[in-house]
Each structure stands twice: as C-alpha cells, then as structure tokens.
Design a protein around this ligand. Structure first.
Ligand code: TMP
Length: 211
C-alpha cells in the first residue's frame, strides 16, 4: 500500500485557510482519495483540550516557553495517534496549520531561538515533515478586515494570540515568507487576496507539484 500524502496549510490570521482546507478535502475525495482533515492545535480529544487552554484568557497568561510546549504536546499526540496511522494506511492528511506555525509564531513572533524550536519540534513530531505546504499570504489590512468580519459573523472576540499586535503579526508574516524562500520545493506561497474562488484556483493549480 502506498503511503498517503501529508498537506498542510499555513498563514497569518484571517488568511482564509479554513475555507480552502475544506474545499481541498472535498475535491480530493471527489477524485477517489481518502482524506483525513485535521487542525492544529487540536485533532484529538487531548489536543483539543490543549487548544482550549491556549485560547483561554488567564490573569497570568502562559509564558513563551509554556506556550511552545503546549503546542508541541498537542502536536505529539496528533502525529502519533492520527497523522502517522492515516498516512501508513494510504490516506491523505490535510492539516490546518502544523510545524511552520510554531516557527513563525513562537520563533519569529515571540522570539524563541529557532535552533531550539527545530530540535524540540522534531522530537514532538517524530521528524515528520509535510509533503506540500500552502502558505496563504495576505497583507495586514486584508487580514484585519477578514478577522473583523469573522468576529462579527461568529460573535467571538479575538483571542490572546490574535491580539498580539501589529508588530508581532508583521514579524510572523516575514517569517513565513522567509521559510517559503528557504524551502521552495515544499512551501508554495499563495497570494490569498481576492475571492475564495480565485484563491482556490491558485491552490488547485499548485497541487500538481506534490511529490
Ligand atoms: P487557528 O488555527 O484557529 O487560527 O488557531 C490557532 C492559533 O494558534 C493561531 O493564532 C496560530 C497559533 N499557533 C501558534 O502560535 N503556534 C503553533 O504551533 C500553532 C499550530 C498555532
């Protein structure tokens, strides 16, 4: 049985990943591929509980290292119990965020050392690297507008990380762009401005690069 493929979606807040992730799943299934859809942090009961902790408001919010370790704990559980078994069974796995988010948010954003993150992340995910990553890139203004629309539509306020400030969000956008430039064979940077259909066309066209 051929091993499945592992595809991840990355990007800053309001880049429109979640819509595109669902569309890719539907299109792949329509062509007869079995797909497991997951998200990070989350995707197992334990990891979803950790997600809740990471989104929670605390009087003494998690320090940067605590935040990192919570993301990695959730990832270890998801990789071991969901992603690796699915790939071994020949299914394709699509994840809404994965390791690149850790490098962008905790590395470029929070300023934790990248070499520490590489070692800790490799340990947490058994060295698993996606076959293909779509980086959905939007300018800060579009990101702000989309977040505002989402808050209005869902009636939820921005969480602790979403509120981290313009400078933080600028650093993580630059970080994502740098990672894409360093690993162009895996990370495809997609212009995520425009309509959902326009963004989808860019993704679908780039999918043929999957090894
Ligand atoms: P979201 O995917 O629903 O936007 O929520 C996940 C939030 O967690 C988002 O703000 C990005 C952040 N995040 C990190 O800071 N580090 C990580 O490793 C991951 C997976 C997500």
């Amino acid at each position: 049985m051929a091993r499945g493929r592992f595809i991840t979606f990355e990007g800053g807040e309001g880049c429109g990943k979640s819509t595109q992730v669902k569309r890719l799943k539907a299109e792949l299934e329509a062509s007869g591929i079995e797909v497991v859809l997951t998200r990070e942090p989350g995707g197992t009961r334990l990891a979803e509980l950790i997600r809740g902790l990471l989104k929670e408001e605390f009087e003494d919010p998690p320090c940067d290292r605590c935040e990192l370790l919570l993301f990695l704990a959730a990832r270890a559980q998801l990789v071991k119990n969901v992603i690796i078994p699915a790939l071994d069974a020949g299914r394709w796995v699509i994840s809404d965020r994965f390791s690149d988010s850790t490098f962008a948010y905790q590395g470029y954003g929070r300023g934790l050392p990248l070499d520490v993150l590489r070692a800790a992340n490799g340990f947490a995910c058994w060295g698993l690297v996606p076959d293909l990553t779509f980086l959905l890139d939007v300018d800060p203004e579009t990101s702000r507008l989309r977040m505002r629309d989402r808050e209005t539509a869902t009636g939820t306020a921005a969480d602790r990380i979403e509120r981290a400030g313009d400078d933080f969000h600028r650093r993580l956008r630059e970080g994502f762009a740098e990672m894409a430039a360093e690993d162009p064979a895996r990370i495809v940077k997609i212009d995520a401005s425009g309509t959902r259909d326009e963004v989808w066309e860019r993704i679908w066209t780039s999918l043929k690069r999957i090894p």
